[in-house]
Ligand binder design. Structure first.
Ligand SMILES: Cc1ncc(C[n+]2csc(CCOP(=O)(O)OP(=O)(O)O)c2C)c(N)n1
Length: 421
């Protein structure tokens, strides 16, 4: 896995260990980015006066905006947006590191613009808000969202990351001259000017007081919007379809749930879930690494299949749906080859082996809607204290329509001829 480290400390003597460790930890806290601390294995047991058993007072200087730059950025952005006819807002994944989710929601509330979310920012903006218009990612956006965003005459993106995946193989129909891009410490308006040393939270907060209320884009959305249909009902005994599975997952969500969307077709199916207020959402499109589990105290940790045994050991009562479609389906849609067919395992058998009679664990293999319903009822009822693992067997070609569309576009981008040297 590729980790973008913000700093690293290599501690091989005691004299500067406290400085190096404090520096690394404060960098991690300030930047909300990983750091790496390597400590020689012969050091930890040796006492040193700077290491105490009790917490040491510690002060982190807060990030501050340059006031002049902030005022200039707000002034320019307000002039840009106040002259627009149908502006929109879009929340991006860096709202998280900028700790600006709440301020973004306050801005959206104040200005009356409709707001969308980029796929990797799902969970960072309030979806229950009446002017939330869905996920924006070009051709695979939720219905009516891309049309409103791309036809707007001005859009503000707060904390976006436009990579090959979030830009659907670089196929977004956005124009730089219509965009304000707000990054955690920088604002760029159209092709310029750019304002540095401006903290996103300060900027969004100040902008909210300067924008004229404009609901034009929201009203356009509302006029054209038609609610989504339901998947076709399944016949008794019919092999289970993924869209039926997600209909049931949608019904399970509440303020007490958090959805963790794994890399694969689950990305696309989970993206379409409507999150009730308070429902968490975790997912990352930066590395697309396979396997992660949220820990309420730690934010997020990376795990492998074997870590499911650790979940059982620590008594976690998550519900895992493993969609057994017999292959690496997302890879099939990007670039197919014989390596995308994987040897089918007995996945429930694997979890039972991890369980090995110790801890609380429930497994089920389901092939029809009836079996799925029963497994969900068990997981929420008698087995609610168990780690519940439901293997859902589906047809190998059963994918979301969004994966098919996205896969074709990413595939086209991946097979561009190399740049001339
Ligand atoms: C550690 C790691 N190995 C390989 C990959 C490449 N990769 C991305 S998605 C994927 C397949 C995912 O398959 P699955 O979890 O079965 O989901 P599906 O696409 O079938 O829904 C692979 C191999 C990766 N992103 N990370």
């Amino acid at each position: 896995m590729l980790l973008l480290l913000k700093s690293q400390a290599v501690v091989n003597n005691l004299e500067d260990a406290h400085e190096q460790i404090d520096n690394a930890i404060s960098t991690a806290l300030k930047e909300s980015k990983p750091v790496y601390i390597s400590i020689s294995c012969n050091l930890p047991s040796i006492p040193h006066p700077t290491f105490s058993r009790h917490p040491v007072p510690f002060f982190l200087s807060p990030r501050l905006s340059n006031q002049k730059n902030l005022e200039a950025a707000v002034e320019a952005a307000a002039a840009f947006l106040n002259k627009a006819v149908k502006p929109v807002l879009v929340g991006g994944p860096k709202l998280r590191v900028a700790k600006a989710s709440k301020t973004f929601a306050e801005l959206a509330d104040a200005c009356g613009y409709p707001f969308a979310v980029m796929p990797s920012a799902k969970g960072l903006v309030p979806e229950h808000h009446s002017r939330f218009i869905g996920t924006y990612w070009g051709a695979v956006s939720t219905p009516f969202c891309a049309e409103i965003v791309e036809s707007a005459d001005a859009y503000l993106f707060a904390g976006p990351i436009f990579n090959d995946y979030s830009s659907v193989g670089y196929s977004l129909l956005l124009k730089k001259e219509k965009a304000i891009i707000v990054q955690p410490d920088r604002v760029v308006i159209g092709h310029g000017p750019a304002f540095g040393c401006v903290v996103m939270k300060d900027f969004l907060h100040a902008l909210a007081t300067r924008l004229k209320k404009n609901t034009a884009a929201y009203e356009n959305y509302r006029r054209i919007f038609v609610p989504q249909g339901e998947p076709l009902a399944s016949e008794p005994g019919e092999p289970l379809r993924v869209n039926i599975l997600f209909k049931h997952i949608q019904q399970m969500l509440s303020a007490n749930s958090a959805v963790i969307a794994e890399t694969g077709d689950s990305w696309f199916n989970c993206q379409k879930l409507k999150l009730p207020e308070g429902c968490g959402y975790e997912f990352q499109m930066q590395y697309g690494s396979i396997g992660c589990k949220q820990n309420p105290n730690l934010s997020e940790i990376q795990v492998t299949a074997q870590e499911v045994s650790t979940m059982i050991r620590w008594g976690q009562n998550s519900i895992i749906f493993l969609i057994n479609n017999g292959g690496y389906t997302i890879e099939v849609e990007i670039h197919d080859g014989p390596y995308n067919v994987i040897k089918n395992w007995n996945y429930t058998g694997l979890v039972e082996a991890f369980h090995n009679g110790e801890g609380k664990c429930y497994t089920a293999k389901v092939r029809t809607e009836e079996e799925l319903k029963e497994a969900i009822e068990e997981s929420l009822g008698p087995k609610k204290d168990c780690l519940c693992f439901i293997e859902v067997i589906v047809h190998k070609d059963d994918t979301s329509k969004e994966l098919l569309e996205w896969g074709s576009r990413v595939s086209a981008a991946n097979s561009r001829p190399p740049n001339p040297q």
